[in-house]
Design a protein around this ligand. Structure first.
Ligand SMILES: O=C(O)CCC(=O)C(=O)O
Ligand SMILES: [Fe+2]
Length: 186
């Protein structure tokens, strides 16, 4: 499913459908897939608590599902406001991650999101994060920097970094409140 979505994203950028899959080693033996299960039990004082603090996902795409679409929890930061996401029944929700933003030179943004809790029902979400192999150095795709006649030539907005080093940077205490992407911005 992730590789089909990545085909659509490649095409939306005017690239060959297999571009991202090939460049990012998607479905190769070493590509990164992480399964995360989150459980948010009811909280008597939800306004004093947070389920999952604001963050962006590090990979290319995260595919998320949740137990009951009528229980709200996920919020996305949009125009400096937290917007609640109303999941569609029987659907997956797809987030674009930091490496999508780096690879597309900011054409696709990495979504900052968080999960809030409620005082009524347990919410469970299950996500699969999809990224390149850990030893892959990801930098803005050259094809997107000078994309055809009549379009503006853009300069790379991020420096390249090995996926493993990005994950280590994200886990390290040297960020001082900055996001990893901010550290890579040129
Ligand atoms: O519970 C949710 O909907 C969000 C989960 C999430 O953002 C994550 O696992 O990275
Ligand atoms: Fe997330």
């Amino acid at each position: 499913m992730a590789s089909e979505l990545l085909k659509g994203i490649s095409e939306s950028l005017g690239l060959d459908g297999n571009y991202i899959n090939e460049k990012m080693g998607v479905e190769s033996e070493k590509w990164t897939q992480v399964l995360v299960a989150n459980m948010y039990p009811p909280c008597p004082q939800p306004e004093l608590s947070i389920g999952l603090p604001p963050h962006s996902d590090h990979g290319l795409l995260t595919i998320l599902m949740q137990n009951d679409p009528s229980i709200l929890g996920l919020q996305v930061l949009h125009n400096a406001k937290w917007v609640p996401i109303h999941p569609l029944p029987n659907s997956f929700l797809v987030n674009t991650g930091d490496h999508m933003e780096i690879l597309t030179n900011g054409k696709y943004k990495s979504v900052v999101h968080r999960a809030v809790v409620n005082n009524k029902a347990t919410r469970i979400s299950i996500g699969t994060a999809h990224g390149p192999p850990l030893d892959k150095i990801v930098s803005p795709a050259p094809e997107l920097l000078a994309n055809g006649v009549g379009t503006q030539l853009s300069l790379p907005a991020y420096r390249g970094i090995k996926y493993r080093d990005f994950l280590e940077l994200q886990q390290s205490k040297t960020l001082n409140g900055k996001s990893c992407l901010d550290c890579l911005r040129l």
